[in-house]
Write a protein that binds this ligand. Structure first.
Ligand code: FES
Length: 154
């Protein structure tokens, strides 16, 4: 169930659109921020908050890669392995994440600290390999640099 604060935030967003149902994507984002992922219950809350059928909410949520449908670790690593990053060594970095942290795409560390998603291009092809940790962007990645970066996320 959404808190009163979250419901007020969604109500406020709804006023910014001619049709309040257009607030679906921001409402899903808020739900994911609130619950950590989009469970069936979270999508029911969104459907109720913006007066849409649950099927419409699920259909939209399942279309976008930014929405998570399973519990995630405290920090989500999104590593790009698309062509430019792959040429610049991203696959080796994916192997590093697997060997050092036990992370595979879609997986979570045993301590629930990190989850990993292998992504398509995140718009930094000239300075790859690149990744996001939560909403923080990092490029020019090496194994050493990834280790240093991840040490700052507890
Ligand atoms: S290919 Fe990795 S950021 Fe574009």
């Amino acid at each position: 169930m959404f808190t009163e604060t979250v419901l007020k935030e969604i109500e406020s967003i709804k006023t910014k659109y001619p049709n309040p149902r257009s607030a679906l994507l921001p409402a899903l984002y808020i739900a994911q921020k609130e619950f950590g992922w989009l469970s069936h219950e979270a999508m029911q809350c969104v459907a109720h908050a913006i007066d849409l059928p649950e099927a419409a909410v699920r259909g939209t949520a399942s279309f976008y890669a930014m929405f998570k449908h399973n519990p995630m670790g405290r920090h989500l690593i999104q590593l790009c392995t698309n062509v430019s990053c792959m040429i610049l060594g991203a696959e080796k970095l994916a192997d590093f994440l697997k060997s050092k942290y036990g992370l595979e795409s879609g997986g979570t560390t045993k301590d629930n600290r990190f989850s990993l998603m292998i992504m398509e291009c995140i718009g930094s092809c000239g300075t790859g390999p690149a990744m996001l940790v939560n909403t923080d962007f990092y490029d020019n990645l090496t194994e050493k640099r990834i280790g240093e970066i991840l040490n700052t996320y507890k």
